[in-house]
Design a protein around this ligand. Structure first.
Ligand code: ADP
Ligand code: MG
Length: 268
C-alpha cells in the first residue's frame, strides 16, 4: 500500500535505459538496435511517422511486446540498472513499476470511479484498509487533475465520464500502484484541445516524481511537455531507427539531421 512518503517531494522516478534493442514480428525486424536513456525527473517524447516503431518500442519497455505470439527481441532494458528481462525477473512487478496509458482511454466502464483507481492494487497483492484506500483515491485523482470534478460522484461508473476525464482516470489508476515510470502512447490523440491541455498540465506536475515517456504526433505538444526527444523513422521499408535524439530544444531549434528538421517543421 503506497503511503504519502512514497510520493515524497524528493522522489524523482527511475532511470530507464534501452541498450541495443532490436525487435521482430515473425521474421520482420521492426526495431534496429535502438539505444535511449530516459532520465529520472524528465519527460521523453518519441516522435516520428506512423509505423516507425514507437509503440513497439514503448511496449518493449514494460514487457508487453512479449504478449504477441510472433514477437521476439534482442538487447537490454535497464530500470535503475537492472535488466527487466533478466531470467526469473518478475513480470508483474515490472509492469507495476512501469505503467502504461493508451491512446484510447480504457477505464473499466461499469466499475465505479473509485474502484477504477484502486483496480491495480489487486494485481500487486497490496492490502489496504478502507481509509487507506480512500486516501489513495483522493491522492491519485488529485495528481491526475480530476479530483475536484469527481469528488461528489466517486460511485458513478467510469464509463459515465467524458473522454478527457476517462483518460485522467486511467492516469490516476496507473499512479495508484506507485509506478517509477509512466509510458503514454498518444494519450491525447482521441481528446479535444481542452482535455489535452489538462493532460499536459498533469504531465508537467508528474514528471518530478515519475519518469515519463510519451509518444505524440503533435509537435507543439512534444515541444511543450518534453525535455528530451527521440525521432524515429522508417526508411527504405526498415522501421525502427532513431535518426536523432537529444534535448528537445536542440531537436526543434538546431537539429543535426535535415530529416529531423523536415519532420518537426511539418515538411514530410
Ligand atoms: P508506430 O507506433 O510508430 O506507428 P508500431 O510500433 O505500431 O509503429 O509498428 C512498427 C511496425 O511493426 C509496423 O510496420 C507495424 O505494422 C508492425 N507491427 C506492429 N504491431 C504488430 C503486430 N502485432 N504484429 C505484426 N506486426 C506489427
Ligand atoms: Mg503507435
Amino acid at each position: 500500500m503506497p503511503t504519502d512518503e512514497d510520493f515524497a517531494d524528493d522522489f524523482r522516478g527511475s532511470e530507464l535505459e534501452a541498450v541495443g534493442v532490436s525487435a521482430w514480428f515473425g521474421k520482420r525486424k521492426v526495431l534496429q538496435r535502438v539505444s535511449l536513456t530516459m532520465p529520472p525527473g524528465s519527460v521523453t517524447a518519441l516522435i516520428g511517422p506512423s509505423g516507425c516503431g514507437k509503440s513497439t518500442f514503448l511496449r518493449i519497455l514494460n514487457r508487453m511486446h512479449e504478449l504477441v505470439a510472433s514477437a521476439s527481441l534482442a538487447g537490454e532494458v535497464l530500470l535503475d540498472g537492472v535488466d527487466v528481462y533478466e531470467p526469473g525477473g518478475r513480470i508483474t512487478e515490472t509492469r507495476r513499476r512501469i505503467g502504461m496509458v493508451f491512446q484510447k482511454p480504457n477505464p473499466f466502464p461499469a466499475m465505479s470511479i473509485a474502484d477504477n483507481v484502486t483496480a491495480g492494487l489487486k494485481l500487486t497483492g497490496a492490502k489496504a484498509s478502507r481509509d487507506e484506500k480512500h486516501h489513495l483515491i483522493e491522492q491519485c485523482l488529485t495528481k491526475a487533475g480530476l479530483w475536484k470534478e469527481v469528488r461528489d460522484r466517486l460511485k458513478q461508473p467510469g464509463g459515465a465520464l467524458s473522454g478527457g476525464q476517462q483518460q485522467r482516470l486511467c492516469i490516476a489508476r496507473s499512479l495508484a500502484v506507485r509506478p517509477d515510470v509512466l509510458l503514454m502512447d498518444e494519450p491525447c490523440s482521441a481528446l479535444d484541445p481542452t482535455s489535452t491541455r489538462r493532460i499536459e498540465e498533469t504531465i508537467a506536475e508528474l514528471r518530478d516524481e515519475v519518469t515519463i515517456v510519451i509518444v505524440t504526433h503533435n509537435m507543439q505538444q512534444a515541444a511543450r511537455v518534453s525535455q528530451q526527444c527521440a525521432f524515429f523513422l522508417a526508411e527504405d521499408g526498415t522501421p525502427g531507427q532513431i535518426v536523432e535524439a537529444g534535448p528537445t530544444r536542440d531537436i526543434f531549434d538546431d537539429p543535426v539531421d535535415p530529416r529531423t528538421a523536415d519532420y518537426v517543421n511539418g515538411r514530410f
